[in-house]
Design a protein around this ligand. Structure first.
Ligand SMILES: [Zn+2]
Ligand SMILES: [Zn+2]
Length: 732
C-alpha cells in the first residue's frame, strides 16, 4: 500500500528532499519526493514514514502534514527525487542563509578539500536571494552560472547522498570565485587565499579602512578605535549615525554588551541579523555609537570566520553607502577592497532587530528575510504597494502572500529613487505579478507616490492612496488577523486626512477599514516647516512660545537675537509654520530642551539620544482636552512641567516618554474597554524601549514579523487597498 504524505513548513531550499531520499533508502522504501508549490509531496510505502523524520536538516521545520492512501496504477521499484512542479501562483523564492555548522566544520578540517575556502556553502546554507536573476532557484538563473563546476563539484551536485546535492552555490578552490585584495585597481592578493586574508587583517591593524564584499553588498570595515571610526565618518559624511560591529563570537559580544537569552537566540539565528544590545559601559565605543546601545552581529560567511582567525577584537562594519543612497555592490567606495568574483545581483543590507520586554522588534527586515513572504489574513488581488518615503520597502502581493522587498532607504534621494523603481519592477517579475491594484501613501510630494502614479498608468489599474498611520496600525491588525480594534500610531510624520502632519494618533477601527480618529496629540507649530525636523530647537521654540513671554524666550537664547525675532514674527503671522501632532517632534523637542541633541544628523537621532539618557520617570499624569468628540493629549503642560522642574535630566527624559505612552494608551483603553476590542501599536516610535515597554506590559499588540517603522507600511497599504477595493466590488 502506498501513502501520500504532504508536508508544509520550512521544507524547500533547505536540503529536505535529499534528506527524505536518504531516509527512504535507509529503510529500503519505494516511492518519490518532490517540491510542490507550498510544500513537499512524498509518495511512500510506509504509513509511519513521518515518525522516522526525527533528525531534520538544521534549517528545516515541519509545521503541518497530512497522510492519505495513494491509489494509482504506478509501480514503484525504487525511491526517486522528482523535478519540482510549482503550482500556479505560488513562488518559493529563497532567502540568504548564514554559514551552517557542517560547513564551518569542513572549513576547519585540514583534510577537507574546502579547508579554509572562503566561499564554502552547501544545500543548507549560503547566498540565495542576492544572487538570483530569475526564478526558479536554479544555477543557470544565478550569478554562479558564470562558474563552471569542476568534475569533483559536479559529482557532489548530482549525488543525492551528498550534502551538496543540488546546492546551487556549490564551488571549490578549483572552480569557484576567486578572492582578491585590491588597492584601487592594483591587485595585492597573496599567493593563497589565507595569505590574502592575513594581508587584509594586517592592513586593518595598521589603521586602514577596507571595503569587504559580503553577501548583499560591501561593508566598510575598520578596527573599532576612535581614530579609525572617525575616518569612516569622514568618508561617508556621517558625524554621528550609530555603526554596527561584528564580533568573533558570543563570548566577545558578552565582554562588551549585556545579552539576554532571547537576544542570543536572535544573534545566532540563521538570518544572522544585527541585534541592538545594551552596552555594559554606556560610554564605551562612543565614537561608533553615541547611544547606550550598539548593533552587534556574528560572522555569517566563511570569509568573516577566516578574518576573525587573525583578530582578537571586534570590527566596525557598516554598509558601504553614502547617506541616503543604496548599499554599494561594486568596488566604488573606498581605497582598499577585499572582494571576490561572484556578482551581487540583488543588493541587500543586514537586517536589524531590537528586543524590548522580551519581544523582538524588526528595525530593518532585509538580508536573511527577503524575499520570504508574509501572510495576509485576506485573499488579495495582485497588488503592488510602494511604501512611504523614508526607510522605504515595497511589496508585491499574490493571494494572501505578501513579498516584501529588501530595505531600499530614503527615496527622496535620486539614486535611491532609482533603486526603488528597479526593485519594484524586479519583484513584479520575480513573483509573476499582474498588478490589479497599486497602493501608495497619501502624501502628494513623495517620490514613491509619483512612481505609483506611473505604475498605475502602465498597468491600466487603479491607484489607492492610504493614509500613513492607518497603514501603520492596519499592518499590526493584519498580522494578528483583527478587524475591530483600537490602533495607536506614533512616529515622525505622515500626511494626514486633513492635510496636516500627523504622528501621534489613536483610531477606532471596525470592519477592517472603517477608521475614526478618536484621539491625537495636541497640535504644535513647526517653525520653518521641514527644517524643524532637522533642528529640534525650532520645534521647542514653537512649544515654549505658548508658555513663556517674548522677553523670556529671548532670554533663553535658543537662537541668536536675529533668529529669535524672526521666529517670533513667523509665529505671530502664522507664516512658514506647519501644525503637527507628531510624537517624534515632541521627543525631539524634549531632547533639545534637556540639551541632549540639537541637530538631527541621522534619522531619529534626537529621540534615540533621549531614549538612551532616560532613567526613571517622575509622577506626572497626562492632561487631556476634548474637541468635537476627539480626545487630545496636551503636550504644552508637559513642557511647562519639564521646563520648571529641577529634577535630573534622565528623570525628565523618562517622564516625557512615559507621558506620551500613558496618555495615548489612556485614550485608546477607554474605547477599547467600552467596545471590548484589543489595542494595537505601530510606527517608528515603537522602537523606543520605554514607550513600547509600557504598552506591551498593558497587553497592547505590536508587529510580529514586520518592521514597526516605515519598512512595514507597504504591507498595511496592500491590506487596506484590498479591503477597500473589495467593498467597491460589492457596492457595484
Ligand atoms: Zn553549509
Ligand atoms: Zn569545484
Amino acid at each position: 500500500m502506498m501513502y501520500k504524505l504532504f508536508i508544509q513548513g520550512i521544507v524547500q531550499g533547505v536540503g529536505f528532499r535529499p534528506y527524505i531520499y536518504r531516509k527512504a533508502k535507509q529503510y529500503n522504501l519505494c516511492g518519490s519526493v518532490k517540491n510542490v508549490g507550498n510544500g513537499v509531496e512524498i509518495i511512500v510505502n510506509d504509513k509511519d514514514f513521518i515518525k522516522k523524520l526525527t533528525d531534520l536538516p538544521p534549517l528545516a521545520k515541519i509545521s503541518k502534514y497530512s497522510i492519505i492512501k495513494y491509489t494509482s496504477k504506478e509501480i514503484f521499484s525504487d525511491f526517486s527525487i522528482l523535478k519540482s512542479t510549482p503550482s500556479k501562483g505560488e513562488t518559493a523564492l529563497p532567502a540568504d542563509i548564514f554559514l551552517c555548522d557542517d560547513c564551518v566544520k569542513e572549513l576547519r578540517d585540514q583534510k577537507n578539500r574546502r579547508h579554509n575556502y572562503y566561499f564554502i556553502t552547501c544545500t543548507n546554507c549560503g547566498p540565495r536571494f542576492t544572487m538570483i536573476k530569475d526564478y526558479p532557484y536554479d544555477r543557470p538563473f544565478t550569478s554562479m552560472q558564470e562558474f563552471k563546476m569542476c568534475p569533483e563539484c559536479t559529482n557532489e551536485y548530482i549525488n543525492p547522498y551528498d550534502r551538496r546535492y543540488h546546492a546551487q552555490t556549490i564551488a571549490c578552490k578549483n572552480c569557484g570565485p576567486k578572492l582578491h585584495l585590491l588597492r584601487g585597481t592594483k591587485d595585492l592578493s597573496g599567493l593563497s587565499d589565507i595569505e590574502t586574508i592575513q594581508k587584509t587583517v594586517d592592513l586593518l591593524k595598521s589603521g586602514e579602512i577596507i571595503s569587504i564584499k559580503g553577501v548583499g553588498g560591501f561593508h566598510t570595515t575598520s578596527l573599532c578605535d576612535d581614530k579609525n571610526v572617525i575616518k569612516i565618518r569622514r568618508l561617508f559624511h556621517r558625524p554621528h549615525k550609530p555603526y554596527a560591529i561584528m564580533v568573533k563570537d558570543i563570548k566577545m559580544a558578552k565582554k562588551i554588551t549585556i545579552i539576554s537569552q532571547k537576544e542570543k537566540i536572535l544573534l545566532e539565528s540563521p538570518q544572522r541579523p544585527i541585534v541592538v544590545l545594551r552596552k555594559k559601559n554606556p560610554e564605551s565605543f562612543f565614537i561608533a555609537s553615541e547611544l547606550d546601545t550598539i548593533g552587534v552581529m556574528l560572522p555569517y560567511t566563511a570569509l568573516h570566520y577566516l578574518l576573525f582567525d587573525f583578530l582578537k577584537e571586534p570590527l566596525v562594519m557598516t554598509s558601504s553607502n553614502l547617506p541616503g543612497e543604496p548599499i554599494s555592490s561594486t568596488e566604488d567606495i573606498g581605497r582598499y577592497f577585499l572582494t571576490h568574483e561572484r556578482r551581487i545581483i540583488n543588493r541587500c543590507d543586514d537586517s536589524v532587530l531590537k528586543v524590548i520586554d522580551n519581544t523582538p522588534f524588526l528595525l530593518r527586515r532585509s538580508r536573511g528575510f527577503t524575499p520570504l513572504p508574509l501572510q495576509l489574513p485576506i485573499k488579495c488581488k495582485d497588488t503592488v504597494a510602494v511604501g512611504a518615503e523614508m526607510n522605504n520597502v515595497i511589496c508585491t502581493v499574490k493571494k494572501n502572500k505578501c513579498y516584501l522587498s529588501q530595505y531600499i532607504g530614503d527615496t527622496s534621494h535620486y539614486e535611491t529613487y532609482n533603486y526603488l523603481k528597479e526593485t519594484t519592477l524586479k519583484f513584479i517579475h520575480l513573483t509573476r505579478s499582474k498588478p490589479k491594484i497599486i497602493a501608495c501613501d497619501l502624501h502628494p510630494g513623495y517620490n514613491s507616490t509619483i512612481f505609483a502614479q506611473e505604475l498605475a498608468k502602465k498597468y491600466h489599474t487603479k491607484l489607492v492612496q492610504i493614509q500613513h498611520h492607518m497603514a501603520h496600525v492596519a499592518s499590526v491588525a493584519a498580522e494578528h488577523s483583527l478587524t475591530s480594534y483600537i490602533g495607536i500610531a506614533m512616529d515622525g510624520l505622515g500626511y494626514g486626512d486633513d492635510g496636516k502632519l500627523w504622528g501621534g494618533e489613536v483610531f477606532s477601527v471596525y470592519n477592517g477599514n472603517r477608521f475614526t480618529r478618536i484621539g491625537h496629540l495636541e497640535e504644535q507649530p513647526q517653525i520653518g516647516g521641514d527644517s524643524a525636523t532637522i533642528y529640534p530647537k525650532k520645534m521647542l521654540f514653537g512649544i515654549l512660545s505658548k508658555i513663556l513671554t517674548e522677553e523670556e524666550l529671548i532670554k533663553l537664547q535658543l537662537f541668536n537675537d536675529k533668529q529669535t525675532r524672526l521666529s517670533l514674527k513667523l509665529l505671530e503671522n502664522k507664516s512658514n509654520i506647519q501644525y503637527t501632532t507628531s510624537t517624534g517632534r515632541i521627543l525631539d523637542a524634549t531632547s533639545a530642551l534637556l540639551g541632549f541633541c540639537d541637530m538631527r544628523t541621522y534619522d531619529g537621532r534626537p529621540a534615540m539620544v533621549l531614549e538612551s539618557k532616560a532613567t526613571s520617570p517622575l509622577k506626572f499624569e497626562p492632561i487631556f482636552s476634548k474637541k468635537d468628540g476627539v480626545t487630545i493629549l496636551m503636550t504644552t503642560p508637559l513642557f511647562d512641567f519639564l521646563f520648571s522642574s529641577n529634577a535630573k535630566k534622565g528623570s525628565l527624559a523618562a517622564t516625557a516618554q512615559m507621558y506620551l505612552a500613558k496618555g495615548l494608551y489612556m485614550i485608546a483603553e477607554k474605547t477599547a474597554r467600552k467596545n471590548n476590542v484589543p489595542i494595537v501599536f505601530s510606527g517608528g516610535v515603537a522602537y523606543n524601549r520605554m514607550i513600547s515597554g509600557f504598552l506591551l506590559q498593558h497587553g497592547v499588540l505590536v508587529n510580529k514579523n514586520l518592521p514597526s517603522g516605515d519598512g512595514g507600511i507597504c504591507y498595511g497599504q496592500s491590506y487596506l487597498a484590498n479591503l477597500s477595493s473589495r467593498e467597491k466590488t460589492i457596492e457595484n
